[in-house]
Design a protein around this ligand. Structure first.
Ligand code: SAH
Ligand code: SF4
Ligand code: F3S
Length: 443
């Protein structure tokens, strides 16, 4: 007879990109055998994990203010709470976290969270002794259980980590390390497990997912995944224009499960700025690439990331960004003011742009992108789109799902359609979502 371990409450707060969302889920998987079950508030939690992001200054500062609040909860619980900081801030400034917030018990970088059970045990044995785990590189995935615990009909699946591109503004190569790809078989095993548990759509993740270097490259992987029974939709993010090879472009034209929506960040439209960013391509090169992709898959929609106010960006450079956006026509995009990150080459460049100028450029770029997004959504009205229903909507009798273009779609539909891909006639559109009606009553 073994005594049942008492249920322990685990609270995880996730910042940053989808790779952190994936990692948070996997941390929960690693901790479940120790008796930890997820809770959605930090009050009364036995273990609090902040999975952090270092990409911009604001993201980093949020972590320290959140830690201040968690510390008060820990004090209220007479110290009966373990606080762990994971993710990219942990990797980049673990020592500083421990110095600035003494309530933190351990910091663990993104490549080392498979060691969490052992780190927690050590932290408990030696109360007050605080621990830091550094890069353990590729052992991480080998140490994780294959079995996932998906929370819905869509799931993230990390296939690649790290970055060798060294864009001059970016911390990722320093927080996530060198590019590294998981073997095809491990990914297929994880995907089969997800599909068996009802997942219909996977989004393959990587800081440079199209640099995937496993056998057959990303195109080969996509083709293998498309053969898995039940897995009807495949997406991937984030891709770099430099790694968009012919095989992957061809797959967009040939693999039905590969959704016609591509996140392909360009960051800026001025060749001078692209060069200073070390992006490794020109604006013209990007436009030609988009043309090729559209030739392979004419109905593909694009999204992107943009940075305004990179050091040295003059009005004419910013105008070139607007011009590129007009030429491409995006379905949606993320826009950011340049944030000066310690240790990155761009932080030391002359010609840092004033905050008001960044604000003004961001507002102009956002207005243009919002208009494109509205137009793109409005263009769906009257069309019939296949929608993967994910969950109940806000109104009774309504479900929410996703179009092939990742738009949220609301429609009156019975619950049994959750997890099904169903034709929906789109009737109206706003900037953020679509609404429609079932085209036919499915069996
Ligand atoms: N690997 C991806 C991007 C990962 S970071 C790619 O190369 O496309 C996500 C986005 O954050 C970037 O595309 C960029 O637009 C933005 N970003 C990264 N560093 C930044 C910084 N220092 N300031 C502002 N935005 C930044
Ligand atoms: Fe950062 Fe550039 Fe790597 Fe993307 S490609 S993660 S922006 S260094
Ligand atoms: Fe942030 Fe790290 Fe992702 S810095 S954007 S959480 S890779």
């Amino acid at each position: 007879m073994t005594a049942q371990a008492p249920a322990k409450r685990l609270y995880i707060k996730t910042y940053g990109c989808q790779m952190n969302v994936y990692d948070s889920e996997r941390m929960a998987d690693v901790l479940a055998p120790l008796g930890y079950g997820l809770t959605d508030t930090p009050e009364g939690a036995d273990l609090v994990v902040l999975n952090t992001c270092h990409i911009r200054e604001k993201a980093t500062e949020k972590v320290y203010s959140e830690l201040g609040q968690i510390k008060r909860l820990k004090d209220k619980a007479d110290g009966a709470m373990t606080i762990a900081v994971a993710g990219c801030v942990a990797q980049a400034e673990g020592e500083e976290i421990l110095r600035r917030q003494p309530a933190v018990d351990l910091v663990v970088g993104p490549q080392a969270y498979h060691q969490l059970p052992e780190l927690i045990a050590r932290a408990h044995r030696a109360r007050g002794e605080r621990l830091a785990a550094e890069f353990a590189a590729d052992e991480k995935f080998d140490a994780l259980p294959i079995a996932r615990n998906p929370s819905g009909v869509t799931a993230f699946l990390t296939v690649q980590e790290g970055c060798d591109k060294f864009c001059t503004f970016c911390v990722v190569p320093y927080t996530r390390g060198a590019e590294w790809s998981r073997p095809v078989e491990a990914i297929l095993a994880e995907a089969r497990d997800l599909a068996a548990k009802g997942v219909r759509e996977v989004t393959l993740l990587g800081q440079n997912v199209n640099a995937y270097a496993g056998e057959g490259g990303l195109a080969g992987l996509v083709r293998r995944l498309a053969q898995i029974e039940g897995l009807d939709r495949i997406r991937y993010t984030t891709s770099h224009p430099r790694d968009m090879d012919e095989a992957l472009i061809a797959a967009h034209g040939e693999v039905e499960a590969l959704m016609p929506y591509l996140h392909l960040p360009v960051q800026a439209g001025s060749d001078k700025i692209l060069k200073a960013m070390n992006r490794g391509h020109t604006a013209e090169g990007y436009l030609r690439l988009v043309e090729k992709i559209r030739a392979a898959r004419p109905d593909i929609a694009l999204s992107g990331d943009f940075i305004v106010g990179f050091p040295g960006e003059r009005d004419a450079d910013f105008e070139a960004t607007l011009q590129l956006v007009r030429e491409v026509g995006y379905g949606s995009a993320f826009t950011f003011k340049y944030s000066r990150r310690p240790g990155t080459p761009a932080a030391a460049l002359p010609g840092q742009v004033a905050e008001e100028v960044k604000e003004e450029r961001l507002a102009r770029l956002n207005a243009l992108i919002e208009a494109q997004q509205r137009a793109f959504n409005a263009a769906q009205a009257g069309r019939v789109l296949p929608v993967l229903f994910e969950k109940p909507g806000r109104h009774p009798g309504q479900l929410v799902g996703r179009s092939p273009y990742l738009q949220a779609v609301h429609a009156d539909a019975p619950d049994r359609l959750i997890g099904r891909i169903v034709p929906v006639r789109i009737e109206s559109a706003s900037r953020m979502s679509l609404a429609g009606a079932l085209e036919l009553e499915p069996a």
